[in-house]
Design a protein around this ligand. Structure first.
Ligand code: ATR
Length: 290
């Protein structure tokens, strides 16, 4: 029997850790999966994907900068992909060469929530959460964060209008879950949050962390969605101010596990895979952001 084919589709994709993570999942669960990399030209995402599916592939993960296009392409979308307006997981349910029947989902948010609550062991229910940024990364996780029922979520962004638009889109979902949700500027994000999530690439640009340390209290969980060298400035800043620093590696593994479940109907054990990835990433000369 030949293995079912999947890939991570993006540009660039050569540094993606997803093929290794999915091969570890496949090994551990006994699933016959062949997961590769699909480099898509910036102006040819759709034809590249259609050819991949026509060749018999079963699905793909989607990364920068195609998560919005992937969402647009699919015939069916999960509620969490609808909230995010972006997809990181496609399942090719129709194999007729057309895009009809494809399912789009977004597993980033549930991956983040599981990393926080399971691996970091920090409950979200009833907590105050600061989510920094209003780009694809932050918009992609807000729905599942709300579902975890914190008392409050503040979305703070340099361009407040962008945060406000995302908050408005999630207002009904927040009300339904009893979560106080607001958009704020970087100048006045609020203070002493229980959980602080960085969904911006600001620390990469050399401009430092774009909010002051008053957003932290001793013991705040401060999580950057990046990992490897890209996350180090943030992690050091968080530790320097008494927070518990965490990178995005656990989120990466958990979002992959959820995609694996969507495709295969089997939920892999993430703990040993995260431990394996941690060893690799904590060695020098690695880099990455998902
Ligand atoms: P992604 O899809 O990875 O989230 P993006 O859509 O380009 O990338 O969003 C990047 C986020 O980082 C945005 O929230 C951006 O703020 P703006 O919406 O105001 O552009 C934020 N960001 C990037 N560089 C920043 C900086 N130097 N200071 C503050 N915020 C920054």
């Amino acid at each position: 029997m030949t293995a079912d084919r999947y890939a991570v589709a993006g540009n660039p994709v050569e540094h993606s850790r997803s093929p290794l993570i999915h091969s570890l999942f496949a090994q551990a669960t006994g699933q016959s999966v062949d997961y590769g990399r699909l480099l898509c030209p910036l102006d040819a995402f759709k034809p590249t994907l259609l050819a991949f599916a026509a060749g018999g592939a079963k699905g793909c993960n989607v990364t920068v900068p195609f998560k919005f296009e992937a969402f647009e392409m699919a015939a069916r979308r999960s509620p969490r992909a609808e909230l995010a307006q972006a997809a990181n997981t496609l399942r090719f349910d129709a194999q007729n060469g057309a895009d009809g029947g494809w399912l789009a989902d977004n597993t980033d948010g549930v991956g983040l929530v599981r990393d926080i609550t399971v691996h970091a062991g920090v409950p979200l229910e009833g907590q105050r959460v600061l989510l920094l940024g209003a780009g694809g990364a932050s918009a992609g996780v807000l729905g599942p964060l709300i579902e975890a029922r914190p008392a409050e979520i503040v979305m703070a962004n340099r361009t407040i209008e962008k945060a406000q638009a995302i908050v408005d889109r999630h207002a009904a979902w927040a009300a339904q879950h009893g979560v106080k949700l607001s958009a704020r500027s970087l100048a006045e994000p609020g203070e002493a949050f229980d959980v602080f999530i960085n969904g911006t690439a600001a620390s990469l640009s050399g401009s430092g962390i774009p909010v002051g340390p008053q957003v932290l209290r001793p013991g705040t969980l401060a999580l950057d969605m990046m990992y490897g060298p890209a996350a180090q400035t943030f992690l050091q800043w968080a530790r320097d101010h008494g927070a518990i620093a965490r990178d995005g590696l656990g989120m990466l593994v958990e979002q992959a596990a959820e995609a694996f479940y969507i495709w295969r109907g089997v939920r892999p054990d993430t703990k040993p895979v995260l431990a394996h990835m941690r060893q690799l990433v904590d060695q020098p000369k690695t880099d990455g952001a998902h």
